[in-house]
Ligand binder design. Structure first.
Ligand code: DHB
Ligand code: FE
Length: 287
């Protein structure tokens, strides 16, 4: 039986990818950030997950305003790094896990979670930057990845409660897959940042730390948090944090914190990172 063993929360910033690809990880500006992921790299090498369900957002790269799936599950064999304007990042092609991905699609839809199925998709910094932070620069990624893209770019994005419920449905889907696989779920994006308008540059450390605390101390309170709360306190792009609630839902009850790291600044963004051990129970019910 496949099982979700752990969750990883991790911000994404295009400049982090550029720093890695441009050989700047030891620069004074970047070194403290990458130091915060050293433990995580050792941890994930020991955990050796077979598959990561990587919840992330596309930034009008694979999708655009012409087509806006709320939740899109990648079922392809492979997902090439996208060209976001400066050519594709020099990172390995992301290998998919089509058998598990199709099983998840079927399980979700029969569980009345009607996600979009994507058979071809390039993946942008939202997916590749967390991969680089967790795995460094290998010649091939040491894990298969099922991308799960969430619309947090064009209003209306899904509620935190819906994201959490999707996580619970994902846990049921994985638990009903026959192969013995160690599966992780990652929630990416955030933390506080605003890239535009008069409040551009907004960072809110207190809000971010309280969010990290609540992941284990009071997870259900997060499911009730409205979008306006994120926008007001974590900036317009801070709403990316709802994607972490998919991870949280998938971890079942009683997730435990194993590690966290918080760093400001990275470009215009507060970088938050957490590792959570899954709880013992796969939650029943549909919410
Ligand atoms: C930045 C952060 C993001 O999350 C993003 O998608 C684009 C840019 C930034 O901090 O520059
Ligand atoms: Fe982003």
């Amino acid at each position: 039986m496949a099982r979700i063993s752990a969750g990883v929360g991790c911000s994404h910033v295009p400049a982090i990818g550029a720093a890695i690809d441009g050989g700047k990880v030891s620069d004074a500006y970047w070194a403290p950030l990458f130091k915060g992921f050293e433990h995580s790299k050792r941890w994930i090498a020991e955990e050796a997950p077979d598959v990561v369900i990587l919840v992330y957002n596309d930034h009008a790269t694979a999708f655009s305003l012409e087509m806006i799936p709320t939740f899109a599950l990648g079922t392809a064999e492979r997902f090439p790094p996208a060209d976001e304007g400066w050519g594709p990042r020099p990172v390995p092609v992301v290998e998919g896990a089509p058998d598990l991905a199709w099983h998840i699609a079927q399980s979700l839809i029969l569980d009345e979670f009607d996600i979009t199925i994507v058979n071809r998709m390039d993946v942008d910094h939202g997916l590749t930057v967390p991969m680089s932070l967790m795995f460094g620069q290998p010649s091939a990624w040491p894990v298969k990845v099922i991308p799960l893209a969430v619309n947090v770019v064009q209003y209306p994005p899904p509620t935190g409660h819906r994201c959490f419920a999707l996580g619970r449905a994902l846990a049921r889907a994985v638990a009903s897959f026959d192969e013995d696989l160690n599966v992780q779920i990652w929630g990416t994006g955030g933390m506080s940042h605003q890239l535009q308008g008069p409040r551009a540059g907004l960072i809110n450390r207190d809000y971010d730390v309280a969010f990290l605390d609540a992941l284990t101390a009071d997870p259900l309170s997060l499911t009730q948090r409205p979008h306006l709360d994120y926008i007001r306190y974590a900036g317009s792009e801070g709403v990316e944090l709802v994607m972490w609630l998919v991870m949280l839902g998938a971890l079942g009850e009683g997730a435990r914190e194993l590690y966290r790291f918080y760093h400001v600044p990275a470009s215009n963004t507060a970088v938050g990172h957490i590792i959570l051990r899954a709880g013992d129970k796969v939650s029943p019910g549909t919410s």
